[in-house]
Design a protein around this ligand. Structure first.
Ligand code: UT7
Length: 350
């Protein structure tokens, strides 16, 4: 028995924010952003459009592609680090709004590795025999984490002068905020007794010895968990030590790809595509070079979406499938690394 992806879909908000729009908000430039990260534009969700809403767009798309309805799904897994509410997670929202029967929903939050962890969990649950068909969603809406009260409405075309204080405040977080965009992807994954297709092997890793490399305050460690001053001081904006995370990403992801290949008895050269988390074009290129693969085998779309966290892998998969870069019989390796640190890789035969 193998777990097979039978449909995929994406949910991308309409509003496109180009780098030059961000230069009105803070001391940055299109040149810096493109050179250091490869991002040219990203999409921002509308006010009130949560990760659950984006996830549902992708989920509907994936159900349609799989020729299935909500009645055919046995469980939903939702990966996000930006749920619509502190609790409950997005699973119950999706269950009710999309009209699923009272099936179990799992909410997981492994940040940029969320979708990869979801793939492994879906595969394991299907292999356990408990479920026949799972809907896996990865979605993040980062815009509420940005200092929205500092004039960010101009990214939606509301022209106004940014005060020097707002400009300075926004500039404090420029190494982080320019990288992210909002978006979602989803897959229908099901049990199949049909030959070679499906997930072959995966490995997940966690090392929590330095969570401060990439984390966000505001939680049960502080009482109360949110104070008005935290918002004013920018204490509820993620904290990232970019260079440290960069170094981890360019060694851990290729390492995980090599591990799954070797454990599955597959030569690296047999892999047709490595679908890597899209955090930075330079990271994607470093992964490709570390693995000694040609550029076309390690595709990227960060130019158009930025880092969508749980959305990157399914959006990239869906685009490659739609434009024909993914063909039947190919060997694909998914890999990701993110806050935690969590990372890993999964091998899949289309
Ligand atoms: O999704 C998984 C988690 N995230 C990641 O994987 C991200 C990993 N890290 C990275 O992608 C990169 O480290 C960044 C893109 C975040 C930063 O690139 P960098 O080449 O490591 O730059 P840096 O942070 O070392 O900053 C270099 C300079 C600094 O100026 P000085 O001190 O040299 O004068 C920064 O203040 O660039 C400045 N800078 C900026 N300048 C213009 C930082 N952000 C910006 C900006 N615009 N947006």
């Amino acid at each position: 028995m193998k777990s097979v992806i039978t449909g995929s879909g994406i949910g991308i908000p309409k509003n496109v924010v180009r780098n030059d729009m961000l230069t009105k908000l803070m001391d940055t430039s299109d040149e810096w952003i493109q050179q250091r990260s490869g991002v040219q534009e990203r999409h921002y969700a509308e006010a009130g459009q949560s990760s659950a809403d984006l996830g549902m767009l992708a989920a509907q798309d994936a159900l349609t592609a799989a020729n299935k309805t909500t009645a055919d799904i046995d469980a939903v897994i939702f990966a996000t680090m930006t749920p619509a509410y502190y609790f409950p997670g997005n699973g119950p929202i999706v269950q009710a709004k999309m009209g699923f029967p009272e099936i179990p929903t799992f909410d997981i939050r492994q940040q940029c590795s969320g979708f990869l962890y979801g793939l492994d969990l879906a595969d394991s649950l299907l292999k356990s025999g408990k479920f026949n068909r799972i809907l896996l969603i990865g979605a993040d809406s980062h815009t509420p984490l940005m200092p929205w009260h500092r004039g960010w409405e101009i990214t939606f075309g509301h022209d106004r002068e940014i005060t020097p204080e707002e400009y300075e405040f926004n500039t404090r977080f420029r190494h982080l905020t320019v990288l992210f965009g909002d978006g979602a992807g989803a897959m229908v994954i099901e049990r199949s007794e049909n030959g070679e297709r499906g997930f072959l092997h995966s490995r997940l890793f966690t090392n929590g010895s330095n969570i401060e490399a990439l984390y966000m305050k505001g939680g049960s460690r502080t009482r109360p968990w949110i104070e008005p001053e935290q918002l004013v001081n920018g204490d509820l904006i993620p904290i990232m030590e970019g260079r440290g995370v960069f170094k981890e990403a360019v060694s851990r992801m290729p390492g995980a790809v090599r591990t799954v290949c070797s454990e599955a008895g597959v030569q690296l050269e047999e892999v047709d595509l490595v679908l890597s988390h899209q955090a930075n074009l330079r990271i994607v290129e470093a992964v490709q070079k570390q693995l000694g693969l040609p550029p076309e085998k390690v595709p990227h779309n960060i130019e158009r979406y930025g880092n969508t966290t749980s959305g990157t892998l399914p959006i990239l998969f869906h685009e490659c499938l739609t434009d024909g870069r993914i063909q039947p019989g190919m060997l694909i390796c998914f890999t990701a690394l993110g806050s935690g640190l969590h990372w890993g890789a999964a091998l899949y035969r289309t």
